[in-house]
Ligand binder design. Structure first.
Ligand SMILES: NC(=O)c1ccc[n+]([C@@H]2O[C@H](COP(=O)([O-])OP(=O)(O)OC[C@H]3O[C@@H](n4cnc5c(N)ncnc54)[C@H](O)[C@@H]3O)[C@@H](O)[C@H]2O)c1
Length: 355
């Protein structure tokens, strides 16, 4: 099997590459990325891209049809991948997350790729009262990020193709990666507990978040790259996670505090209402993918993060301003004129480079 992961050099990609390499030792696995976060490594001795057979560099906004030729499966991860970045770079978010994802899928279909997997998000449910959301429930995408995910799903559904398309609506990710990021709720809490001994919950603690460990995201994508159309249809949007992993954020803070003795929790009762609060129903995923159900529970994710951060000798109390926060990395690239405001790499002038 030959697989292309588009957007493999972020948080999820390294875990996915290693997972696929172990699960499918005979597969040829390639990556394509424009390397915004290439340098954001977390204490590893070898590049995560070593799990791949080949790494290609480029901007997905200008990807060629030829790049997609010869693959059995394409996994589309490349994105401006959270709400803060989506708010700051709204037009780029639509262009990368939606227009380019649909271009990649269209090219893939034209050149005979058999399976296309899209990393969607449960954030398409927005603020959703009234119990866990099913795939057939109404959507309420509030942010540019969530709107781009649903726009892509709709475009993929409309594709006239034999290609089997799976949109995995992932719960909020958590867990350790060779390119860890701390702009995710659980990861942030663990970093707070270890560095300051205090978890600051930026809401009143009541918003719901379904969680999935990044290793279990990889497991879901491994399932989707050769899913049979009889199992869910040629086109499928499915919530990816587990029914036991819908948490209120105050429960997450308590789980972390229990794992890091002495941690205090401070809850901001005066915070404005969080624009993301939803529970998701993962029954369909349970039925369709019984062999690829999530295996990493909340406590294990917390322990993996603690071990990973300790390995890095992580002590940065100011980590919300560090390169473990993706918006900070992009802003730094822009202020140093490495990236344009449209997030395109700028050529380094020879004279400047020599200085
Ligand atoms: N982490 C989560 O909580 C979560 C949850 C649900 C869905 N997802 C989705 O999973 C996917 C992967 O998430 P992640 O956390 O690894 O994101 P990430 O931001 O860490 O990585 C995204 C990767 O895409 C690349 N990329 C961005 N724009 C590009 C462009 N124009 N051309 C080429 N490459 C480009 C970046 O360089 C980066 O390596 C995303 O689509 C995200 O929306 C993530």
């Amino acid at each position: 099997m030959k697989v292309l992961i588009v957007g493999n050099m972020g948080y999820v990609g390294p875990v996915l590459s290693r997972y696929l390499r172990a699960a499918r030792p005979d597969a040829t696995i390639h990556g394509f990325d424009n390397a915004y976060f290439a340098h954001c490594l977390t204490g590893v001795k070898v590049l995560p891209e070593r799990s791949l057979d080949e790494q290609f560099y480029g901007d997905v906004r200008t990807i060629s049809k030829d790049m997609l030729r010869g693959y059995d499966a394409v996994i589309q991860l490349a994105a401006i991948s959270n709400d803060p970045m989506g708010n700051q770079f709204e037009a780029v978010t639509m262009d990368v997350n939606q227009n380019s994802a649909l271009t990649v899928a269209g090219y893939a279909a034209e050149v005979g790729v058999k399976h296309f997997v899209f990393a969607s998000s449960c954030s398409v449910y927005g603020i959703a009262q009234g119990g866990p959301r099913k795939e057939s429930d109404a959507l309420n995408p509030i942010t540019a990020y969530a709107k781009s995910k649903i726009g892509t799903e709709q475009g993929l559904q409309a594709l006239d193709t034999e290609m089997v398309v799976t949109c995995l609506r992932f719960a909020t990710a958590c867990g350790m990666s060779d390119r860890l990021r701390l702009d995710l709720v659980l990861n942030d809490y663990v970093a707070c507990a270890l560095t300051t001994g205090e978890i600051t919950v930026l809401s009143d603690g009541t918003p719901w978040r379904p969680l999935i460990d990044v290793a279990d995201m990889a497991r879901a994508m491994d399932w989707a790259i050769d899913r049979k159309p009889e199992n869910g249809g040629r086109y499928l949007s499915v919530n990816a996670g587990s029914n036991s992993s819908n948490y209120q954020v105050k429960d997450l803070a308590e789980a972390v505090a229990a794992a890091v003795p002495g941690t205090r929790i401070s809850i901001n009762y005066a915070a404005p209402v969080d624009s993301r609060s939803y529970q998701a129903d993962f029954t369909l995923y349970e039925k369709l993918a019984p062999t690829h159900q999530p295996l990493v529970d909340l406590n294990q994710s917390v322990q993996n993060l603690i071990a990973g951060l300790k390995r890095m000798d992580f002590k940065d109390q100011d980590f919300r301003k560090s390169n473990l926060i993706r918006l900070v990395v992009l802003q730094d690239h822009i202020s140093s004129e490495r990236l344009s405001r449209d997030l395109e790499w700028q050529h380094v002038e020879t004279s400047k480079a020599a200085q």
